[in-house]
Design a protein around this ligand. Structure first.
Ligand SMILES: Nc1nc2c(c(=O)[nH]1)N[C@H]1C(S)=C(S)[C@@H](COP(=O)(O)OP(=O)(O)OC[C@H]3O[C@@H](n4cnc5c(=O)[nH]c(N)nc54)[C@H](O)[C@@H]3O)O[C@H]1N2
Ligand SMILES: Nc1nc2c(c(=O)[nH]1)N[C@H]1C(S)=C(S)[C@@H](COP(=O)(O)OP(=O)(O)OC[C@H]3O[C@@H](n4cnc5c(=O)[nH]c(N)nc54)[C@H](O)[C@@H]3O)O[C@H]1N2
Ligand code: SF4
Ligand SMILES: [Mo]
Length: 750
């Protein structure tokens, strides 16, 4: 096996960013004890460009920002105090074993994250199912793109965020971006849309706010949050009445149009205007822009997905693509912009409650048999599906007594967060592995300090389905171990001596075998290939058959690949599968090869506004902070750019409640109350307020959000809930007593 772990290398080491799903390439140069980012122009996705988070990422490696020794809660003082690794791991193993002995394996829960490498996500799923024997594992990706994943699987038979590389975007005719603010959430990707416009294509952005992204659009539609389903149906209604459906495509390549059509016909433009607030002429204009060119794409992100009807909503947008023949052919199609660094790969290899590696279904006997053989266990010993992320968190302290949590900070990021925090506090035992002392780690009985991105090697799968190698570039501080070490040592302490290697490449070799023949087939991918190529797109089966790019059909998944005319690497090597940059060109991955229309109709949000809670709250992100802020709130430059929470609201609404710019305003929902300064702006609908969710303490947006779940994907409704606003008198202070910024956290539990 090729070893790829240079540390303190003389030349800058090519690696990737610690944060989002774009996984921008960068180089790290190490000298004089300092780590610096060097542009890496050879990586096609970002061609050297980085956002401020990527540029300042070396700050995360600083000892002062991170955990460097295990912490164990002192029973006497209730405080977290430094301990040896042996002590910390010993306590975790002992407590998990005790929980299992007393209450059964399902009393042990495991919670993972979409930031974990493929190797770690794979090992975590295996650890839960064969070491703990628990069904109770899920991860934060459930809060992210699970609705798009569910809709994609229903429609196309397989879910890969984008079924085409980003480089196809500039060459299509029109893109509808639904609920994505990628100018702030994936800034280097904006280039693809600028090039689209330079090439004569058009961009439509659908967002209740006029965001930096919407400012780039040829047409911006600003619907009321939670009404995207009606909007999609309304556009498709116009497509039908204008005779713009692609009847041949519908006949040859799809099923279910007859069943989907009635709901479409029931959403005439004036009704859709009433539901969404988008004027009929704008609906007509959007249809004209989408249908006029030969090719078009619809891309969704969290806006339409994080709704209690997210799966149906995405289904409606896919319907628009199918009815107009904008799927399953070059330069057209539906895609989801996945969010976390390994949001794509993290959902493919087994940390999801219902899945086994390779995107296999946990309830499928053949899938269980295949994976059990790789793991050397009896298929019958594998537990069945467990609870989804929010349901798992909600069950803490109930029938789940102990939790092992890796790479998530639900105290800040989970819906109905005060309740989730209370559930975490009610556990018999909580162990957290993290890089920093996050708000969730601060509640743990044992905290394990682990290595992160540039301190370790591992693979991630970006939003295009491109598997890439994020290489180790620096050595980790002493006292820190990798998540793979943690799982290996805990497995041994719990009686499983073999099967948990600490070398990532060794784990990947096993993952290849476990995924072989599955929808997300990685069998043909090796670390060596990932170094030599700019990543490899799955599915990539072991046997390439012919090496002619374009002639390869993706094995049992019914997918097909072509090489790109503009450079996406698919190397033609005899006997080696080139990977699959583009899916569905010949057939969809359903049993009959046809895409399936979704039979969906509009319904209101789980919580509607009323006299008591008359305003809609929606939530999301700002450029300089990442997720729960656990990492970015520790980077001084980013903190300076985005120092704290705020409530964005329209001047008319501000005037009505009597708050001025910068005044503290309380936002109250049925779940709780949050306070943050007002940011008054005409860039938001007057019936809606927006809060970013990156902060803990009194400005925590998730104190307010609704945990209503999508029935299929189990995605919580982060993007819509009902609130009222109240001005805050100056003398009123933070009632929660929680620090707003990072650091200094050591809150005793219970
Ligand atoms: N700077 C930064 N970048 C990030 C992240 C981060 O935390 N910070 N996180 C990464 C991750 S994990 C993810 S998932 C992605 C998320 O990336 P995005 O989906 O782009 O991010 P959000 O800000 O959550 O939501 C996008 C937009 O949806 C709009 N919106 C709100 N409600 C609705 C609605 O009902 N309908 C529609 N159509 N739009 C609505 C919001 O106004 C917002 O502008 O970003 C990734 N990149
Ligand atoms: N209101 C509202 N809430 C939301 C959203 C929203 O739009 N609105 N978006 C949701 C979405 S899309 C997402 S993805 C979630 C994300 O929310 P979280 O799951 O809380 O995500 P992060 O803040 O990225 O937390 C990751 C943690 O893992 C740590 N970490 C990083 N690398 C490693 C590693 O290699 N190993 C280990 N063990 N730890 C590591 C980091 O330090 C950090 O503490 O938030 C969701 N919450
Ligand atoms: S866009 Fe995403 S991957 Fe690229 S530098 Fe910024 S955070 Fe990192
Ligand atoms: Mo996400």
């Amino acid at each position: 096996m090729q070893k790829l772990a240079p540390s303190e290398a003389a030349d800058p080491v090519p690696t990737h960013c610690p944060y989002c799903a774009l996984q921008c390439g960068m180089k790290l140069a190490v000298g004089d004890g300092r780590v610096e980012v060097v542009e890496r122009e050879d990586f096609p996705v970002n061609r050297g460009a980085l956002c401020g988070k990527g540029r300042t990422a070396p700050a995360l490696l600083d000892r002062s920002a991170r955990l460097t020794e295990p912490l164990v809660r002192d029973p006497g003082t209730g405080q977290l105090t430094p301990a040896s690794w042996d002590t910390a791991l010993g306590i975790i193993a002992e407590r998990l074993a005790a929980t299992r002995a007393e209450h059964g394996p399902d009393a042990c829960g495991v919670f993972g994250g979409g930031g974990l490498t493929n190797e770690k996500a794979y090992a975590l799923g295996k650890f839960a199912r064969i070491v703990l024997g628990t069904s109770q594992i899920d991860y934060n990706g459930r809060f992210c793109m699970s609705s798009a994943a569910a809709a994609g699987r229903k429609a196309f038979g397989v879910d890969r965020g984008l079924p085409f590389p980003l480089e196809d975007i500039p060459r299509t005719g029109c893109v509808i971006l639904v609920g994505s603010n990628l100018a702030e959430t994936m800034p280097p990707a904006l280039r693809y849309f600028t090039e689209l416009k330079e090439n004569g294509g058009t961009l439509i952005v659908i967002d209740p706010r006029r965001t930096k992204t919407a400012e780039q659009a040829d047409l911006h539609l600003a619907p009321r949050p939670g009404t995207d389903l009606a909007l999609a149906l309304g556009l498709l209604h116009l497509v039908v009445t204008q005779g713009r459906t692609d009847e041949e495509f519908i006949r040859e390549r799809t099923t279910g149009w007859d069943r989907a059509r009635p709901a479409v016909m029931a959403h005439w433009p004036e009704l859709v205007e009433r539901i969404t607030g988008v004027p009929v002429p704008q609906l007509r204009r959007a249809v004209e822009m989408f249908c006029a060119p030969e090719n078009a794409m619809v891309l969704t992100a969290r806006g339409p997905e994080q709704q209690a009807k997210g799966t149906d909503t995405v289904g409606a947008w896919i319907n628009l693509c199918l009815a107009t023949g904008r799927a399953g052919r070059p330069l057209s199609g539906y895609g989801c912009l996945t969010g976390q660094g390994n949001g794509q790969g993290g959902r493919e290899h087994g940390q999801k409650a219902d899945q086994l590696p390779g995107y296999r279904d946990l309830t499928d006997p053949a899938a269980r048999a295949h994976v059990a053989e790789v793991w050397g266990v009896d298929p019958d010993s594998l537990p069945g599906p467990g609870r989804s992320a929010y349901e798992l968190l909600d069950a803490l302290g109930g029938d789940i007594k102990s939790l092992l949590l890796m790479a998530s900070n639900p105290v800040v990021s989970a819906p109905r967060a005060a309740h989730v925090e209370e559930r975490l506090r009610s556990l018999d035992f909580l162990a957290v592995a993290d890089v920093v002392l996050s708000e969730t780690a601060a509640l743990a009985d044992v905290v394990l300090p682990v290595t992160q991105w540039a301190e370790e090697t591992g693979t991630l799968t970006n939003l295009e389905g491109r598997v890439l190698l994020r290489r180790r570039a620096v050595s980790a501080p002493s006292g820190v171990r990798s998540d793979l070490h943690v799982m290996s040592e805990l497995a041994a302490l719990l009686g499983v001596e073999k099967g948990f290697p600490t070398d990532p490449e060794e784990v990947f070799e096993e993952l290849r075998r476990a995924s072989a023949g599955g929808a997300a087939d990685y069998a043909g991918i090796t670390y060596r290939r990932l170094v030599e190529e700019d990543g490899v797109f799955w599915p990539c089966p072991q046997d390439g058959g012919t090496a002619e790019a374009g002639a390869v059909s993706g094995g049992g998944t019914g997918t097909s690949g072509t090489s790109s005319s503009t450079g996406t690497t698919t190397r033609a090597v005899a006997g080696q599968h080139p990977g699959t940059p583009r899916l569905f060109l010949d057939r969809f991955a359903t049993p009959d090869g046809r895409a399936r229309f979704a039979e969906v109709t509009h319904r209101p949000a789980a919580e509607e506004t009323d006299a008591e809670f008359p305003v809609v709250l929606t939530t999301g992100r700002v450029l300089a902070q990442y997720q729960s802020g656990a990492q970015t709130r520790r980077v001084p430059e980013l903190n300076a750019a985005a120092p704290g929470p705020f409530v964005q609201l329209h001047p008319r609404l501000a005037e009505r409640i009597g708050v001025g710019e910068g005044d503290r305003v309380a936002v109250v929902s049925r779940r709780g109350r949050a306070v943050a300064p007002a940011r008054i702006s005409t860039a938001i609908r007057a019936d809606t307020v927006f809060m970013p969710f990156h902060w803990a303490g009194e400005g925590r947006a998730n104190t307010l959000t609704n945990a209503a779940l999508d029935p299929t994907s189990r995605m919580p409704e982060f993007k819509v809930c009902a609130v009222r606003l109240e001005p805050v008198r100056d003398e009123e202070t933070d009632a929660t007593g929680q620090p707003d910024a990072a650091g200094g956290l050591n809150s005793p539990r219970a």
